[in-house]
Structure formats: C-alpha cells, structure tokens
Write a protein that binds this ligand. Structure first.
Ligand code: NAD
Length: 428
C-alpha cells in the first residue's frame, strides 16, 4: 500500500477554522471503520480549491462598500461540485471549507454524482434593500464565472439566500455566456427551470429520515412531541410536515427567540405571522423563551434546523430529547456528540437528515439538462426512495460496526468517494 510522506500540509492553513477542524475530526474518527488507503484519506482531508474575493457594492445612498466573498470546492472525484451560497455575517473561508466537505459526504451518501462546495458573502441581509442584494449577487456571480458552471460547480440557496438570489445568479451567468443556462444553479423559481418541490425538499427530507428512525425505534411519528429550532426554509417546512402528520409541535424558534405551548402550537398560524412580520418576533399567543431554554425542553424529538454549533459541551448534558435530528449543517459539536453517544441519545446526522435539498437539486439539474420536467408526486416519491435507501444503509453500518449514526453515515460516504478515487487514481 502506498505510503503518505510526512509532513504533508499539517501546518495551519487559511481554512483551518474551528468548524473545519471539527469537520475534519469527524472524518478522521470514521476513517478506522472505512478501510481506505492512506493516500485516499490524506487527499480527502483537504478542499481541492478555494477563492476569496472582494465584492464591491454601490449602496442605495450612493456610497460604496466592499464585502468578502468565498467559494470552496472540496472534491471533484464524483463529478461537478454542488453547494449552497449563504449571506451571513459569519461567513468565512473556514466555514465554507467545513460546509463544502460535508456536502461531499452528503452527495456521496445519497449516491449523487457530485462533490461538495460552499460559498457566500459576509454580510447581513437585514441591512440591505432588495436592489442592493441584487447588485451584490450579480457582482459576486460575475466574480465566480470561471469557477461555476453546469459541469463544474452548481450553486444553490443556503442561509438568507433564496429562489430570487438563484434567479439573479442564473441570469448573470447566462448574460455573460450569451444564452440561457438554467442548469448553472438549482433552487431557482419554476419559471426559469426550477423544480417543483425543491423549496420544500430539505424540510420534507428531514421528516422522512425522522419517520424512518421512528420506525426503527418502534414509535409512531404522529404520537411524538417535537421541539423545532429554526423556522426558515428547513425548520418551517419540517414543522408544517410534522404538524400535518399529527405530531405535537411543542416549541419552535427563530433568531428572535422561542415560542412554547405544552398543548402544541398552531403551526399554520405561526407561518401566517412570520410571512406578515418577517419573523416570529412579537408573536404573543403563547409562552416565549430563549433559544437556549428551547433546546433543553423535554421532548421526543429535537430538530435543530437553524445553524451550526447549537448543541455543545455547555448544554449537551441538559438536553432532554430522546432523538435528535440535524436539519442544519454542523449543529452538534464533537464534545456534544460524545455526550449524546454516552447518554444513548441517537443523532440523525446532517449529511443524512438534510440531504433532501441537494437530492431534489440534483433532480432539478437533471430536468434542466434534459429539458423535461417531472411532477410533484414523482419528485416526492423519488426523494423518499433515496432518503430511505441512504437511511437504511447508515443504520446497517451503525449496527454492524457498533458506531454512532454520524460515524456510520461518514463511513458509507467515504467508501463511495474512496472507491472512485482509487479507480481514478491521483493525477498525474
Ligand atoms: P433560513 O435562513 O431559511 O432559516 C434559518 C432559520 O434559523 C431562521 O428561522 C432564522 O431566524 C433561524 N436562526 C438563525 N440563527 C439562529 C439562532 N442563533 N438561534 C435560533 N434560530 C436561528 O435557512 P435554511 O435554508 O432553513 O438553513 C438552515 C440550516 O439548514 C443551515 O445550517 C443550512 O446550511 C442548512 N441546510 C439548508 C438547506 C436548504 O435547502 N435550505 C439544505 C441543507 C441544509
């Protein structure tokens, strides 16, 4: 077996943020069970490439401001890279590197022909008008024009970006190419080649994996008591799906804080309120609490669907859920994971639980390339098939190797990429 020379790039590199080191530690924890060569393990420890750019914006008042923009591509072993674009004050190279590597594992686990990428702009969307966001998005896209493309890297929405952002990206890319290229992004409006059911796909997939877990645990989903952190694209849709299936949604939260009622919240009323007011802030028809308190409420299933770093060594011992489902990427730290494993609380990991979004993004890309569109039922059924298949493979690996679901998901994913990398070899 080929040896890997020491030292390879082990000095801290620009992307070695705490979040990326956590993603790499998760990878390394799973390696002993994945049976891959040192060459493959070493190669997959690093993103393949990253760009940092400065993005100028003319504000509505005529002044100028420069924003940091990023795109990281982790792996092109299985195909073009795929991953979201987020607009958030905390976006950094290290955050994008971590999220890009999780995308590689997620796509591989779902057996999608993609590697992982992630990017974004460090900004606070609440400080910008739609016109400013449009100009920022268009300039960001033009900076990326040599890096993205239907055969190279296909962006999608993530935190604080949406269908409109993708329409602006698609239009900018198409203008620069001279013809319409809908397949350059996914999560677009249906009018420009988007897929039905893409908007709901991540939240619906989160609930599909929770339902499969309930079956394995001998529970009925409709009898479960639910706590939901995050009420955006992922958490909001997941809360509705759970409510519609008869589960009791005890509490939900967004960045303005948490709402709680032991008898169950009126989820459609919460959506109406959030649509009217922009968030749940000020909703007063139930008890209010902080996000920290919400996470510690006794419940059957805690869904963490807001952002990374929510379940940590500081609160893991006080979490009173019987099952945790990660709708967000990276919400559980390594220390918290170890505490949950010791306490026997299963965690359905992000790369499995929230893979519905990228799976329907893949369906959207395939439909755009073929210029042939499927209906909602077909997409939902194909998504359920993919989610259940991945869930069952992860569960089997966890049982066989006696490891956590996160480790098992990583093992299943690493094996997919490693098999392809062994076959391709490392160029030249
Ligand atoms: P979003 O912007 O639509 O929603 C985020 C929600 O979290 C909002 O309700 C926001 O108010 C809330 N929030 C933000 N910070 C919070 C905090 N500190 N405490 C509590 N709530 C907070 O974003 P989204 O698309 O729903 O993404 C949420 C997570 O899911 C992210 O980690 C994202 O990477 C991941 N994810 C999204 C998709 C997708 O298709 N949208 C797919 C896979 C993973």
């Amino acid at each position: 077996m080929a040896r890997v020379q020491e030292p390879t790039v082990r000095q801290p590199l620009e992307w070695d943020s705490p979040l990326f080191l956590m993603a790499r530690a998760q990878f390394e924890q799973s390696l002993p069970f994945a049976d891959v060569s040192p060459m493959v393990a070493e190669r997959l420890s690093f993103p393949e490439r990253a760009v940092i750019m400065s993005v100028p914006l003319r504000r509505d008042d005529g002044t100028w401001q420069i924003f940091a923009g990023y795109r990281v591509q982790h792996s092109t072993v299985l195909g073009p890279t795929k991953g979201g674009v987020r607009y958030d004050p905390e976006v950094s190279l290290g955050e994008c590197a971590a999220l890009a590597s999780w995308m590689t594992w997620k796509c591989a686990l779902l057996r999608l022909p993609y590697g992982g990428a992630k990017g974004g702009i460090r900004c606070d969307v609440r400080e910008h008008s739609p016109a400013e966001l449009q100009r920022l998005t268009r300039r960001f896209t033009s900076e990326l024009v040599t890096m993205i493309g239907p055969k190279t890297d296909i962006p999608a929405p993530d935190m604080a970006t949406n269908e409109q952002t993708m329409a602006w990206m698609m239009d900018t890319y198409s203008m620069l190419k001279g013809h319409a290229v809908p397949e350059v992004v996914t999560g677009k409006p249906i009018s420009v080649g988007g897929s039905v059911f893409r908007r709901e796909a991540t939240g619906a997939g989160v609930v599909m994996s929770a339902e499969r877990a309930c079956e394995r645990l001998g529970w009925n989903l409709n009898e479960r008591r639910i706590v939901m952190q995050g009420f955006g694209n992922v958490g909001g849709v997941a809360a509705s799906e759970l409510h519609e299936r008869g589960a009791t949604v005890l509490a939900v939260s967004d960045i303005s804080g948490g709402l709680h009622s032991e008898d169950g919240l009126d989820v459609p009323a919460l959506h109406e309120y959030a649509a009217e007011h922009g968030s749940l802030e000020g909703y007063d028809r139930c008890e209010r609490m902080t996000n920290e308190e919400l996470l510690e409420l006794p419940c059957d299933i805690l869904f963490v669907c807001a952002r990374e770093d929510q379940l940590t060594s500081a609160n893991a011992a006080r979490i009173e859920a019987r099952l945790i489902v990660e709708g967000a990427n990276g919400p559980t730290t390594l220390e918290a994971d170890a505490i949950f494993a010791e306490r026997g609380i299963p965690v359905i990991p992000d790369i499995l639980a929230n893979a519905g979004g990228v799976t329907v993004s893949y369906f959207e890309w395939v439909q755009d390339l073929g210029r042939l569109f499927w209906d909602r039922d077909e997409i939902r059924n194909r998504l359920a098939e993919k989610m259940h298949d991945a869930f069952d493979r992860v569960w089997s690996v966890a049982e066989e190797k006696k490891i956590t679901l996160r480790q098992a998901a990583m093992v299943a994913a690493i094996r997919e990429v490693a098999g392809a990398l062994e076959a391709r070899g490392i160029y030249p």
